[in-house]
Design a protein around this ligand. Structure first.
Ligand code: G3P
Length: 222
């Protein structure tokens, strides 16, 4: 199996802005180097360029809009995300839902621009629908557990298993991540044992007093 993938979404948390964001990115770089895990970071858009140039970790956008260059004031242009140095992008995060047509257009834009696509879903049916679009990753996150401090791995392992099976049945090339309340090495191990290739998480790292210690714990059982 490839190295497990830990994708840290900084969202728009105050604790994930400015120097705090750089402290988390530096910690991720250190822990990734020492553990062999792949640790990516999804900062606010304005940090994509500095982070992708200063740290040897993959940087992801939190969203793209299904637009092409032109008159679209205030939108997130996939080409701009790519040229800022992003490796990939989240699409359809629970806090930034899109229509199915827009998800499809975003996945196609990402493919055209060689950006990895991580399509977030809320249950196994939407995981199957997302897999049909052929993204690189589907990330299953039960919305009610996001930011709750209760881990999907422990509270609802069934949704992970069903999503892995649903995605494999539709398109075995699509990799599966899971997220919501992920906070420890045990959560990550359960997710990987259930067939995912890693996790998407936020608050346990972003809001920690010592993000590096949490990152070390996350990779400790791999
Ligand atoms: O994008 C990750 C996210 O939605 C999960 O958030 O805070 O439950 O790890 P959290």
């Amino acid at each position: 199996m490839d190295s497990p993938f830990i994708l840290v979404n900084l969202k728009t948390y105050q604790e994930g802005m400015g120097s705090n964001a750089h402290r988390i990115a530096a910690a991720a770089e250190t822990v990734a180097r020492e553990s062999g895990a792949v640790i990516g970071i999804a900062p606010v858009f304005t940090e994509i360029h500095p982070m992708s140039h200063h740290y040897a970790i993959p940087v992801y956008a939190q969203h793209i809009d299904a637009i092409t260059p032109g008159a679209h004031t205030g939108h997130i242009l996939p080409e701009a995300v790519r040229s800022a140095g992003a490796r990939g992008t989240l699409i359809n995060h629970s806090e930034r839902r899109l229509t199915l047509a827009d998800i499809d257009a975003c996945v196609q834009a990402a493919r055209r621009l060689h950006l990895e696509s991580v399509v977030c879903t809320n249950n196994d049916s939407t995981s199957a629908a997302a897999a049909a679009l052929g993204p690189d990753y589907v990330a299953i996150e039960p919305p009610e557990l996001i930011g709750s401090g209760v881990s999907v791995s422990k509270a609802d392992p069934g949704i992970i298993e069903r999503s892995v099976n649903a995605v494999r049945a539709v398109n075995p090339d699509v990799k599966v991540l899971t997220g919501a309340g992920i906070q420890s090495g045990e959560c990550v191990k359960i997710a990987v044992d259930l067939g995912t290739c890693g996790v998407l998480l936020a608050s346990s790292v972003v809001k920690a007093d010592d993000p590096e210690a949490v990152l070390r714990d996350l990779v400790s059982m791999l």
